[in-house]
Design a protein around this ligand. Structure first.
Ligand code: TYD
Ligand code: MG
Length: 465
């Protein structure tokens, strides 16, 4: 007979304890233990103590002989979403979709379900956050298919599990996992214990019925999806929906994917009729780039795809001590490092001025290849010299900046350069590379790159005059 027992699990490190205590014995953090229910079966209890029980002999098999069924994929009808997923949803898999409130999680899931229902799939939309009427109002904006999606407004975990069991849909969205609760657990909905319990219970039901389950989750202040790291371990795929709520661009990326590559990026735009895929984001971002001082185009790589984004900097005098260093879309520590290298090896002093750096469009670039673009944007802003050419085309660049002021190689140079050439941005400033692609202006150091960038703006002409 199965009986329910409580355990206490640390939301930071996952350490389990039998009794509650203020401090976690695993990681030493305070107030991180949450209650979870475990099903202790009589069989499990008797297996301890008297040594190993005789088990039926099992044999290992070389992986070559393991029968792996060809993975079927459920297309969501949203190309960018399918690409980030690695080719669509895998039946029976568990996907966690995270993002801050208002970013468009409900919209993208409603659109995907609508498309799938139109394609003859069975779908189920569980809404715990909004009433069915609210979901309907959104669906009305999203077109015909979205209105055909069966919806259930429910927050009781057992009822939700029962509904999946009864309907056995191909795909089920739970919006959001933080609203589900199980009555036996004393903790509030959204607590680690409840979220973990919900994910475990639903995963079991979904796997058994071959349902692809999408759990929508909020992001905590620290950026973790659904709070507990335990959930990120449990699921097959973690997707993060990012962007600035005030801006229309949204980016979708996989932080973890058991069925495909991570760091693939999907770009969307929020319009009045839902999310629209931006199929050629480089064209958008380059088209919107300004020719003003402090602007430069970065040839970034997002997964397997090159992406041109505008990096902007502003250097402004300030009375504030210490001066502000504000980074949007790049790492703050990276900016501090680049400012130090600029000062020490590039002859560009920002001194006591405020420095703001922003990646336009609300995109995040987390790769060292962005260093040179940040450095050039700051130098250009500091000197008040635009880096665009006479025709107003922005300067494109990429490369990692080392602590000794050298420019370092980054992967996929050819693809970055090719993407820039596609938009007529040439030459591209970058590091020294063996077998350099045509169109790349190679520079060994940051100082050299700063020089090349200035020459391009017509310095030689000025010298001749
Ligand atoms: P929503 O999907 O509800 O966000 P989340 O579930 O992540 O909290 O969408 C949030 C915003 O998107 C909301 O402010 C309204 C806007 N929106 C549009 O601009 N166009 C649309 O077609 C829809 C459905 C929403
Ligand atoms: Mg929502």
């Amino acid at each position: 007979m199965a009986k329910a027992r409580s355990r206490y699990v640390c939301r930071d490190c996952g350490h389990e304890a039998l009794a509650w205590s203020g401090q976690c014995a695993g990681c030493g953090e305070w107030n991180t233990l949450d209650e979870v229910i475990v099903q202790a079966t009589a069989k499990r209890g008797s297996s301890g103590g008297s040594g190993r029980r005789a088990a039926a002999a099992v044999r290992s098999v070389p992986l070559r002989d393991v029968v792996a069924p060809r993975e079927e994929r459920l297309g969501t009808g949203i190309g960018e979403l399918d690409r980030v997923l690695g080719g669509g949803l895998v039946p029976g898999s568990l996907v966690l979709l995270g993002g801050s409130p208002g970013i468009g999680k409900s919209t993208i899931t409603a659109m995907a379900l609508g498309n799938m229902v139109s394609a003859g799939r069975q779908a189920l939309y569980i809404t715990g956050e909004e009433s069915a009427a609210q979901v309907r109002m959104r669906a009305e904006r999203l077109g015909a298919g979205a209105l055909d999606v069966p919806a259930l407004a429910e927050t009781d975990l057992e009822t939700v599990a029962g509904a999946i069991e009864a309907e056995r849909p191909d795909v089920c969205v739970v919006d959001s996992v933080q609203t589900l609760h199980r009555a036996e657990l004393s903790s509030a909905p959204g607590s680690v214990a409840q979220v973990r319990e919900a994910a475990n219970t639903l995963m079991e039901v979904a796997k058994r019925n071959g349902t692809a389950l999408v759990l929508v989750g909020h992001v905590t202040k620290e950026g973790a999806v659904a709070g507990p790291r335990v959930l990120e371990h449990l699921v097959d795929c973690v997707l993060l929906f990012e962007g600035e709520r005030e801006r229309s661009y949204r980016t979708l990326r996989a932080l973890k994917n058991r069925f495909g590559a991570t760091s693939e990026l999907g770009v969307f735009e929020m319009r009045s009729g839902g999310l629209v895929e931006v199929e050629d984001p480089s064209a958008r971002f380059v088209g919107e780039a300004t020719a003003a001082a402090g602007s430069v185009v970065l040839c970034a790589m997002e997964g397997t795809r090159p992406l041109l984004v505008e990096v902007q900097a502003l250097v402004a005098p300030t009375e504030v001590v210490p001066p502000r260093r504000v980074a949007n879309g790049i790492d703050r520590n990276r900016l501090a490092m680049i400012l130090a290298v600029l000062s020490r090896h590039g002859g560009v002093q920002v001194g006591s001025a405020d420095v703001f750096v922003n990646v336009a469009g609300g995109v995040r670039v987390d790769e060292p290849g962005a260093d040179l673009a940040i450095a050039l944007a700051v130098a250009s802003a500091q000197r008040g010299e635009p880096l665009s050419d006479d025709a107003g085309k922005p300067l494109a660049c990429f490369g990692e900046v080392g602590l000794t002021g050298e420019l370092r190689y980054v992967a996929h140079a050819e693809r970055r350069v090719a993407e820039a050439l596609k938009f007529g941005l040439s030459p591209v400033l970058g590091p020294r590379i063996k077998d350099a692609p045509a169109g790349l202006a190679m520079n060994a150091t940051l100082r050299a790159a700063l020089g090349s960038a200035r020459q391009r703006v017509g310095a030689p002409v000025a010298q001749a005059a």
